[in-house]
Design a protein around this ligand. Structure first.
Ligand SMILES: *[C@@H]1O[C@H](CO)[C@@H](O)[C@H](O)[C@H]1NC(C)=O
Ligand SMILES: *[C@@H]1O[C@H](CO)[C@@H](O)[C@H](O)[C@H]1NC(C)=O
Ligand SMILES: *[C@@H]1O[C@H](CO)[C@@H](O)[C@H](O)[C@H]1NC(C)=O
Ligand SMILES: *[C@@H]1O[C@H](CO)[C@@H](O)[C@H](O)[C@H]1NC(C)=O
Ligand SMILES: *[C@@H]1O[C@H](CO)[C@@H](O)[C@H](O)[C@H]1NC(C)=O
Ligand SMILES: *[C@@H]1O[C@H](CO)[C@@H](O)[C@H](O)[C@H]1NC(C)=O
Length: 761
């Protein structure tokens, strides 16, 4: 059987262990260089201290402390341990401080070296290595005394996640390293995902079966959850009896008693065969077989897919792929976020299953998938794990002072293995995050070959799909030429005209030419990508637009600069300059970066354009579109394409400004900061001189061409309803494009001017 047909599930239960290099240096990410650092040479690396949190059960800001020293991960003994030590370690882990520490291997025993013992810090040290201790590797402890820390869930400014290290879960003396479903029927063409098969656990490089005596649907539910499926179903046992009786079984696990709410088999009470017999014993039992029901995204049968309802009251935003993102819930027709207090795997699993995925792999706190902009609907959500929806769990309503968007909860769900990463690869770039794109093409004679993609029309949406498919995060760039990267022995172009919406899970789901047709088909012009683990996310403050919109009749003699910068509609050219005026719809724009990386213009400063009239550089040609639309979506006022100089006007508390337009400064918007264009600056308007009285929609779209990478483009449009009587304008219900339920949004678009749902931002 081909390994690719097996459904593997690497144990990542442990909230994905984040490690970072010693001392969280401020590494502002730029759009031209990915934030991923290249691996330093081995000697240098082994001398660098690294830290990570490990163990179970825990949140991302707590756990057993593990130190990487001299090329080896090890632990710290709890003798003489103190909160002062914890402060130093938490800072090294990228958190601002510690709130507590643990002893006696509270998060489970580590393995390998016990690197430090009798550590006594004063709390102000910049590294654990300068604190008093017995010295590296000198310890009389066992792993029963491994120390842990609980860090304040607040990142050091400028913190950047680096390597994501996967931890193996330890149970008893056994490591259940992986769990899989092995299908027994080997048809020639198997469709992924594998939803049914014999349960197998990997142990010491061999796969072993689980005895099915006393096996319950609750056990199946846990296995299905791990495999990325929301539900289990009954198995036809007789069908399997024949096969499984014949095969040689090794029953490593002979009893499983899950509650059904566990997120991993290893979290269920298990009994192991203690190696008495090589065969293991299951008496007259058989290997456990499990069958799961896939969610709608992974169901091939169209009729069945329709039957599987997708939740309309919860969604995930800002993740790199399906089954990952900030949790948003629907209340009163408006989407809002969930505060992370008490947020855990069990609760996150309810969300995952509700959305058609498996159980949760990680329950993330602290806006790790970016911040929302609307209301916060829930706090202290606590699910038993059996609820059908997060709305069925206990929770508290939110009051203003309870929570902020910096505490938005998010999740990574287990999703079915689809082998997406096998059909595409990248190469030739400076790191594993960039390169020319190659796809696997099936030839008529049944063989396969790798081929390049035509760069014509290639852009960010296509790059997003490639980065997603390879598990490399967000797309920083989609490149139309790649001649400056190392050559490759793959030189043939095989696909052209690839067009994606950006939401596809793999390139094969995008459109492409049926007959190859590429303008520049030399390998120099092959499509390439630069991926990044983090991205920015821009959102306009809709409340402020609503509060600041007004009409001004501005004399033409004050509009020469504006005309030069193309900020007036076409008919202005026929006006009797400098006499008369233009009617302008003015408003303030406050653009927030609520993502995880700074927003930087795509072009380097050498290609910025000096605008003498206004006396500053423009770093992006088109940064926003301002439009006045009719009910049927037609543009009624020439939407001018505003270009800007980007800077941090103001920031959230504790974050410092980094970008400034003056004096040819660096341009951009820092995470947690915003750029404000006041209603009274030139060009911050729509020229409505030619617009007749009526009901309209005012629309602002940021980064409309997706020139710069963002975590989420669905929140880039802001809309307001407008009523214009020829003299005055009334503006209300300003909201981000994805803020309302579908029903409410439909009503809004049908009746702009009349629609007046009181939406508070
Ligand atoms: C081996 O099996 C016997 C009886 O089945 C049991 O009493 C004994 O404890 C087992 N040994 C180990 C090491 O588990
Ligand atoms: C939360 O508020 C809603 C109304 O918005 C109310 O129906 C509900 O009972 C409240 N829940 C709690 C736990 O206070
Ligand atoms: C299949 O076709 C390709 C090109 O058409 C050729 O290069 C390859 O050798 C063929 N392979 C076999 C096994 O026939
Ligand atoms: C292409 O190059 C890679 C490494 O440079 C090599 O492993 C591979 O075998 C080569 N393929 C062919 C078809 O020559
Ligand atoms: C948006 O603007 C309003 C009005 O000025 C302000 O009260 C609010 O704090 C702003 N929202 C954010 C997220 O800054
Ligand atoms: C859309 O509305 C505008 C003004 O209300 C009208 O002039 C135009 O013909 C309409 N277009 C369509 C396709 O209905």
């Amino acid at each position: 059987m081909e390994p690719s047909h097996l459904w593997r599930c690497t144990v990542t239960l442990l909230l994905g262990v984040w490690s970072m290099s010693c001392m969280g240096q401020t590494t502002p990410s730029t759009q031209t260089t990915p934030t991923v650092k290249t691996t330093p040479p081995p000697t240098q690396q082994s001398n660098r201290l690294k830290f990570r949190l490990a163990g179970y059960p825990r949140k991302h800001n707590e756990g057993r402390v593990e130190v990487f020293y001299k090329g080896e991960w090890g632990t710290i003994c709890d003798d003489d341990f103190s909160l002062f030590n914890a402060h130093v370690l938490c800072r090294q882990l990228g958190f601002v401080s510690a709130t507590g520490w643990t002893h006696s291997a509270k998060y489970g025993k580590g393995t390998g070296k016990i690197w430090l013992d009798n550590v006594q810090c004063t709390g102000s040290e910049t590294s654990i290595s300068v604190c008093k201790s017995r010295g590296w590797g000198n310890s009389d402890c066992t792993h029963d005394e491994d120390a842990g820390v609980v860090c304040k869930d607040e990142r050091l400014p400028g913190y950047v996640d680096t390597d994501n290290v996967i931890e193996h879960l330890q149970v008893d003396e056994y490591h259940i390293e992986e769990v899989r479903l092995r299908p027994v029927v080997t048809t020639a063409k198997r469709r992924l995902p594998v939803t049914e098969g014999v349960v197998e656990v990997r142990y010491k490089n061999t796969w072993a079966q689980v005895c099915d005596r006393g096996w319950t649907p609750k056990n199946s539910r846990v296995i299905c959850g791990m495999m990325g499926f929301p539900h289990e179903r009954k198995v036809n046992k007789n069908f399997y009896r024949l096969y499984t009786e014949r095969q040689k079984n090794h029953f490593l696990v002979h009893s499983v008693a899950c509650l059904g709410t566990e997120v991993h088999l290893a979290a269920c009470p298990l009994q192991f065969n203690k190696g008495n017999s090589t065969e293991g014993s299951c008496e007259d039992g058989l290997p456990a077989v499990v069958s799961c029901i896939a969610g709608p995204l992974y169901t091939h049968n169209a009729a069945l897919r329709k039957k599987l309802k997708v939740s309309k009251t919860v969604r995930l935003k800002g993740g790199t792929h399906a089954g990952e993102g900030r949790v948003e819930v629907m209340k009163g027709g408006v989407w809002g976020t969930v505060c992370d207090d008490r947020w855990n795997l069990q609760t996150a699993s309810v969300v995952c299953r509700e959305l058609g995925f498996g159980s949760a792999k990680e329950a993330l706190t602290g806006a790790r998938m970016g911040q929302g902009m609307g209301p916060i609907h829930m706090n202290e959500v606590q699910c038993a794990g059996t609820e059908r929806s997060i709305w069925g769990c206990h929770f508290k309503n939110i009051t203003e002072e309870d929570c902020q968007h910096t505490e938005d909860a998010s999740v990574r769900c287990n999703t079915p293995y689809m082998a997406y990463e096998k059909a595409v690869r990248i190469g030739g770039g400076r790191s594993r995050y960039e390169g020319r794109v190659e796809v696997l093409q099936a030839l008529p004679n049944g063989t396969q070959r790798w081929g390049l993609l035509c760069g014509d029309g290639w852009g960010t949406p296509e790059a997003m799909v490639v980065c997603r498919q390879l598990g490399l995060g967000y797309a920083n760039h989609g490149l139309k030429e790649t001649w400056y990267w190392d050559g490759s022995n793959v030189t043939d172009m095989v696909w052209s005209g690839v067009k994606c919406t950006g939401n596809e899970m793999s390139l094969s789901q995008c459109q492409r030419h049926k007959v190859f047709n590429c303008q520049k088909s030399s390998a120099r012009f092959a499509a390439g990508v630069i991926c990044s683990e983090t991205a920015s996310d821009l959102v306009l403050n809709a409340t402020l637009v609503q509060q600041t919109t007004y009409i001004e009749d501005r004399p033409l003699h004050m509009l020469y600069c504006a005309a030069e910068e193309d900020c007036l509609s076409k008919t202005a050219a026929q006006a009797n300059w400098p006499y008369g005026h233009r009617r302008l719809l003015r408003f303030s724009s406050q653009i927030h970066n609520v993502g995880r990386a700074d927003f930087r213009p795509r072009l380097g400063r050498h290609s910025w354009v000096w605008h003498a009239c206004h006396g500053h550089y423009h770093s992006m040609d088109i940064f926003t579109h301002y439009d006045l639309l009719s009910t049927n979506g037609t543009k009624m006022a020439e939407g001018h394409k505003a270009s800007f100089c980007l800077e941090d006007s103001e920031c959230q508390e504790g974050i410092s400004k980094r970008y400034e337009c003056a004096n040819f400064g660096e341009q951009g918007i820092t995470v947690g900061c915003w750029d404000l264009y006041r209603h009274d600056i030139d060009c911050q308007w729509i020229d409505i001189t030619d617009v007749k009285p009526g009901n309209y929609i005012l629309q602002v779209v940021i980064n409309p061409n997706q020139e710069v990478s963002e975590m989420d483009y669905t929140n880039n449009a802001m809309k307001c309803s407008c009523k214009y009587d020829g003299h005055r304008i009334w503006v209300h219900s300003c909201h981000i494009g994805d803020a309302f339920s579908e029903e409410v949004e439909r009503k809004f678009e049908k009746y702009p001017g009349q629609f007046n749902n009181q939406i508070t931002n």
